[in-house]
Ligand binder design. Structure first.
Ligand code: SF4
Length: 252
């Protein structure tokens, strides 16, 4: 696999749905998926987190480890039951009741993800699962969104990586032809009555006021309150972010 963006300043844009399929072959197996670790983090007032492997974007400001670009070299397969058991153990030990999957795109392995949600629905320890997604697969597959609409413990946060097609390509590495997918995901989530909010890039080193206004008005077309509640994000200089910037010869 040659989607190793950090090694190539002249990287050509890619089709994120093709990358999804290639990555699935490495990190998904029946109802199992590759994970590297399970632990508690402080965000959301404390949340049990499964650090998974595999994503279908290559954001240059991404904080996750090298498993993103080399999924074949990192992580072990865990079944949905093992994942939920590990998340429950972390939650119980820490006296918390929220869980999430981080480190990659949680929706990537569909069968696995749906089974994780099913088991969390029955859990006596975890009462909320927070899905942080880039929206690519939910924009492409309305049926997938329909399938998650039955889970009452689910809350979704869609992270928009850009408000303009060219910037989307620059930020994510994915071709600007696919820029609409995360916006389409918002429409699908809205139509299926799923509880969600939108996060969007707003770092002044990366994003102009015009781009932010564009994001706001596109979200407001769907719902004014949804736009008013956008979580504006900035770029944190994690060690892996610094490495990616350096390799791409980018400065912020
Ligand atoms: S979508 Fe998230 S995990 Fe994937 S490359 Fe972008 S920042 Fe990293």
């Amino acid at each position: 696999m040659s989607y190793q963006r950090e090694l190539k300043p002249g990287f050509e844009s890619f089709d994120p749905l093709v990358l999804t399929e290639k990555t699935r072959k490495i990190v998904c197996s029946d109802d199992s998926r590759k994970y590297k670790d399970f632990y508690k983090v402080g965000v959301y007032g404390g949340i049990a987190t499964g650090y998974t492997i595999g994503c279908n974007l290559r954001c240059y400001f991404c904080w996750v480890g090298p498993g993103r670009d080399h999924p074949e070299e990192y992580g072990e397969l865990y079944s949905s039951s093992e994942v939920v058991k590990n998340l429950e153990d972390v939650a119980e030990k820490s006296g918390i009741s929220k869980a999430r999957i981080s480190g990659g795109e949680p929706t990537l392995c569909k069968k696995h993800f749906l089974k994780v949600l099913e088991e969390i629905e029955r859990s006596s320890v975890i009462d909320t699962f927070i899905l942080e997604t880039n929206g690519v697969l939910f924009g492409d597959d309305r049926e997938y969104v329909k399938e998650i609409s039955k889970f009452e413990t689910l809350y979704v946060r869609v992270s928009l990586k850009s408000g303009e097609p060219e910037k989307w390509e620059e930020n994510t590495g994915a071709s600007k032809k696919f820029f609409e997918l995360p916006y389409r995901a918002l429409h699908h989530l809205w139509k299926e009555n799923i509880d969600f909010h939108v996060a969007a890039m707003a770092d002044p080193r990366n994003t102009s006021k015009k781009e932010m206004a564009g994001v706001y008005s596109r979200v407001a077309e769907l719902s004014e309150p949804l736009a008013e509640n956008i979580e504006w994000e900035t770029i944190d200089m994690y060690p892996n972010t610094k490495k990616r910037l350096k390799a791409l010869r980018k400065e912020l």
